[in-house]
Unconditional design. Structure first.
Length: 104
């Protein structure tokens, strides 16, 4: 497993090294979501019935929620746990803020 989150050389952005397998899985999910979005765009261009479009939008939202859950789970099990073990309890505050922002 790659090392956990670290701040870049400019001290501005955190980075999370991921294995090639993790990157591939996440990108594949995003590509499917992108395909769903393109499908919705086509539905609009084809003047499809509003409830049909809304159902597809709901499906995209569910896909994004699933993506977020997977990413959050990985973050908690790696970065947050590692930070807490290293004595960085600010990671809990950061996680709480993240949850507030993502659960609107």
């Amino acid at each position: 497993m790659p090392e956990c989150c670290h701040i870049d050389e400019n001290g501005r952005h955190k980075h999370k090294p991921r294995t090639p397998e993790q990157v591939k899985a996440l990108v594949n999910r995003l590509n499917r979501i992108e395909g769903q979005i393109c499908g919705i765009k086509k539905m609009i261009e084809d003047n499809r019935y509003c409830p049909d479009v809304l159902m597809q939008v709901s499906s995209v939202q569910a896909s994004l929620n699933s993506f977020n859950k997977e990413l959050l789970q990985t973050h908690i099990k790696s970065c947050v746990v590692d930070d807490i073990k290293a004595g960085n309890e600010e990671a809990v505050d950061e996680l709480c803020e993240l949850l507030k922002k993502t659960m609107k």
